[in-house]
Design a protein around this ligand. Structure first.
Ligand code: PLP
Length: 386
């Protein structure tokens, strides 16, 4: 494979590797928040260590954390779960998504996935020998997945649908009407819903996040993932969870026991502090993202980029097809000429080679500088294509 043809994560790793060779690089696509983990959470982890909490935990996690999770999903998502049988603590959202797919699917099963989407779902589906059936979404309507397209994609092999809201990378939030329509399709065809709520605390303007498991008839067919990674700036702590109906959760729990056993007890104690302690740090971060989102949108407008207005999450997915170059080349030129790295769509999907993903996860001054550099790179690219 020549360097020019690199795609997927190989392309991303190559660009990140190059960015690291520049002292002044600004990585605009990165996925971890720039804030420190709130102090009271760090203190709880220290206490757990000092109190010699070095033991294994049950695969599903310690009960006080499962209770805190049950309370959180009731309070924020309006999902009722029994902490004894319907909650499993995981090593971040990543393990949760793998467990959900493996629990829900068998070889030959199909899962309907609105695209673009978080790309490691594909890896998990491939792993079980399942088939991913794509529904394409576009910036013109903020990457809305039309329930009618989902309905048309159902076959007798369809086992599940994936609903990530707010979405990564498209930043689309599924409206309450569409969520009801998706659930109706799932009920009609007896499908499992894989719901990913990891960005549920970051919703902008008048958009509203709805968990499918909160709707009448939703819980019994929905596995819902969440994690502390994004909301509490804890990506490296590796703490997430799945909630769902007891029958499916029994399978999730068996898989969790087989794959990794209990999640780190230190992180679990930190998780209790995160969920039961003061929530002001989360509100402060959400407010910062709100302001940064505005900065990014304004800059993209100046650059003449088409994008789906981010309704939630921490991303903007912008169409750079008008340059006549692929996203790998545009990202490469931005990096080499201006030392700024936006993630190329080609790294996410073969169908998104005309897109760039930017995140809001940089302090304002760095974000401003990064956007100015992107603008200069775009001017240089456009001058060459004229
Ligand atoms: C939509 C989505 N789901 C799951 C994950 C994985 O979460 P974690 O970082 O907690 O493993 C991510 C991470 O970026 C994500 O964007």
């Amino acid at each position: 494979m020549t360097e020019k043809k690199l795609e997927g994560t190989a392309l991303l790793y190559k660009l990140i590797g190059e960015a690291r060779t520049y002292d002044d690089a600004i990585i605009m696509g990165r996925g971890d928040p720039d804030f420190d983990t709130p102090e009271h959470i760090v203190e709880a982890a220290k206490d757990a260590m000092v109190n010699n909490h070095s033991e294994y935990t049950p695969p599903e996690g310690i009960l006080p954390l499962r209770e805190a999770i049950a309370d959180r999903v009731k309070r924020i998502n309006n999902i009722d779960v029994d902490p004894e049988t319907e909650v499993v603590v995981t090593n971040g959202g990543q393990e949760a998504l793998f467990l959900m797919i493996v629990a829900a699917m068998s070889p030959g099963d199909e899962i309907i996935i609105p695209e673009p989407n978080y790309n490691t779902y594909k890896d998990a589906v491939d792993f079980v020998g399942g088939k991913k059936v794509d529904i394409q979404t576009f910036p013109e309507n903020a990457f809305r997945a039309d329930p009618e397209d989902v309905r048309k994609a159902v076959t007798d092999k369809t086992r599940a649908m994936l609903l990530v809201s707010p979405n990564n990378p498209s930043a689309n939030v599924i409206s309450p009407e569409d969520m009801n329509a998706m659930l109706a399709i799932a009920q009609e065809h007896d499908l499992i819903i894989i719901a990913d709520d990891i960005y549920d605390l970051f919703v902008y303007d008048d958009f509203e996040h709805v968990s499918p498991a909160s709707l009448p008839g939703g819980k019994e067919r929905t596995l819902t993932l969440n994690a502390l990674s994004k909301a509490y700036s804890m990506t490296g702590w590796r703490l997430g969870w799945i909630v769902g109906p007891a029958d499916l959760m029994a399978r999730v729990k068996d898989l969790k026991a087989a794959i990794s056993g209990g999640t780190s007890i230190i992180s679990q104690y930190a998780g209790i502090a995160a969920l039961t302690g003061p929530q002001e740090p989360v509100e402060m971060m959400a407010e910062a993202y709100r302001q940064r989102r505005r900065m990014v949108i304004d800059a993209l407008d100046e650059m003449g980029m088409k994008y789906g207005v981010p309704q939630g999450g921490q991303f903007v997915f912008a169409d750079i097809g008008f340059t006549g170059l692929g996203s790998a080349e545009v990202a490469q030129r931005m990096l080499t000429e201006q030392h700024v790295l936006a993630y190329p769509g080609a790294a996410f999907s073969k169908d998104r080679k005309d897109y760039l993903r930017m995140t809001f996860l940089q302090p304002e001054d760095k974000l401003k500088e990064g956007l100015e550099r992107m603008k200069l790179a775009m001017e240089s690219i456009m001058a060459d294509t004229q």
